[in-house]
Design a binder for this molecule. Structure first.
Ligand code: ADP
Length: 426
């Protein structure tokens, strides 16, 4: 298998978002959870996104993990590797965007790296190097108060310079809007001044298409899903990827088995989706106090579900109203209660799979991450979307055999999301 595009994502949800964006823009894509064992066979795909958890670790650790992932991707043919970062450029002054970008560039023999977190679809645009979140500069947006990485400077040339050894330049919108030749000319000029990475402006998707085309001529780029969109469209335009609408059909080949829903998200959308699901399937509401008190509540839930799943899908939810959640959090602590409930829902998911569930819907970002970790699923082939941002996933190399999953961030999906998901999973 030879892949055309590789990507290393600095966190799991960012990786999923990118993998879905690449799929929507014409690339058959696999997302891995960490670096895969070399014995695991991948399906024939155009792109592989390696999910790491390196956004907020020490820079040296991030560099070591990313370099290893890069080697893995290059060995499988990736001529270009995108370092996928958050579209709000989350990082501290110590990194890790600068150090990882420089390490990947050095491993590929050096050269100027294009960098842009622009993703117009989600309101992230870059103008004269300044990142806007909706209509606000980054440092005036809610990101200024981010608990891990508060962003106090919207000027990404400065932000990246603080975490880089090399000089940082700018490819401004004038050049980007003028097209690939103008960008190339600007990059040539920047190279003569010793610049090693350049923030590129982008407001519209066509700007990202231009940047994607130019980035493909280099071995490394750094950006968010927006740059992924640009790279994917450029690859399709170049004729290297066969175009065709039926690309995701293979991902949703039936897997059989039983089906279930596990919900740990307490978002308003998920609470409403559970109410709607109750009309068409048995729904068990877990008692969060009992969940925290010991294993009995989850054992009871496993036998409740075990008694019913052979007759049709069931849903089990830890989800509760904001009042219940804050009561529990003030009693047990936010982190401790969240973590304990994630452990319980992931145990439940694993037990359901052990009882024959092969089609599984999980509601909640952290809840999904914990379930995927517990199930030890090495990788996913990305299928068609159930709702914007939520594709059907087909497991790759799963010890329990092929499964179909839908992993939903809390607020995603319409009110019939659960039945819509199951209708696409056979
Ligand atoms: P979302 O995508 O909506 O943010 P997450 O799964 O990421 O959902 O986060 C929800 C968090 O709330 C998880 O840590 C989950 O374990 C926790 N949780 C679930 N049910 C409850 C509850 N009843 N009380 C307190 N916390 C809960």
């Amino acid at each position: 298998m030879t892949i055309l595009l590789g990507s290393i994502a600095d966190d799991y949800t960012g990786a999923s978002d990118l993998a879905n964006t690449l799929t929507r823009n014409g690339l058959r894509t696999v997302q891995t959870v960490g670096i895969l064992d070399s014995s695991l066979a991948l399906p024939d795909v155009d792109a592989v996104v390696v999910s790491l958890k390196i956004r907020s670790v020490a820079a040296a650790d991030a560099v070591a993990a990313a370099t290893q992932a890069d080697r893995w991707l290059r060995e499988r043919g990736a001529a270009h590797v995108l370092y996928k970062v958050c579209s709000t450029f989350d990082s501290t002054d110590a990194g890790n965007i600068g150090p990882v970008t420089e390490a990947l560039s050095a491993a590929a023999g050096g050269g100027l790296v294009l960098v842009t977190p622009a993703f117009p679809e989600t309101g992230r645009t870059v103008y004269f190097g300044h990142l806007f979140v909706g209509g606000q500069p980054l440092n005036e947006s809610p990101l200024k108060d981010h608990p891990l990485n508060p962003m106090h400077d919207a000027n990404l040339v400065r932000v990246l310079a603080r975490q880089s050894r090399g000089a940082i330049g700018l490819v401004d919108l004038g050049a980007v809007a003028a097209g690939p030749d103008a960008v190339k000319a600007r990059l040539d000029t920047l190279r003569t001044t010793g610049v090693t990475a350049a923030i590129a402006d982008a407001i519209f998707e066509r700007d990202l298409e231009t940047l994607g085309e130019i980035a493909l001529e280099t071995p490394v780029s750094t950006g968010a899903s927006g740059l992924g969109l640009g790279l994917a469209r450029a690859l399709v335009r170049s004729g290297q990827v066969p175009s065709g609408a039926a690309k995701t059909a293979d991902a949703i080949r039936p897997v059989g088995g039983l089906s279930a829903i596990v919900a740990g998200s307490c978002s308003r959308a998920t609470l409403r989706q559970l109410e709607v699901a109750e009309r068409s399937m048995p729904v068990l509401r877990l008692d969060p106090e009992k969940l925290l008190a010991g294993p009995d509540e989850i054992s009871a839930a496993i036998s409740w579900a075990g008694d019913r799943i052979s007759a049709g899908p069931v849903a089990v939810a830890a989800s509760a109203s904001p009042e219940t959640v804050s009561r529990l959090q003030s009693q047990y602590g936010r982190e401790a209660s969240g973590h304990a409930i994630e452990t319980a829902t992931s145990v439940l998911a694993a037990e359901l799979v052990a009882r024959g569930v092969r089609r599984l819907v999980v509601a909640g970002g952290e809840t999904s991450g914990a379930a995927v970790d517990r199930l030890a699923i090495p990788a996913f082939l990305i299928g068609p979307e159930i709702a914007p941002g939520v594709p059907v996933l087909r497991t790759v190399g799963n010890a329990q055999g092929d499964m179909l999953l839908a992993l939903k961030s809390g607020n995603f999906g319409g009110e019939d999301f659960f039945t819509a998901a199951l209708a696409m999973m056979h």
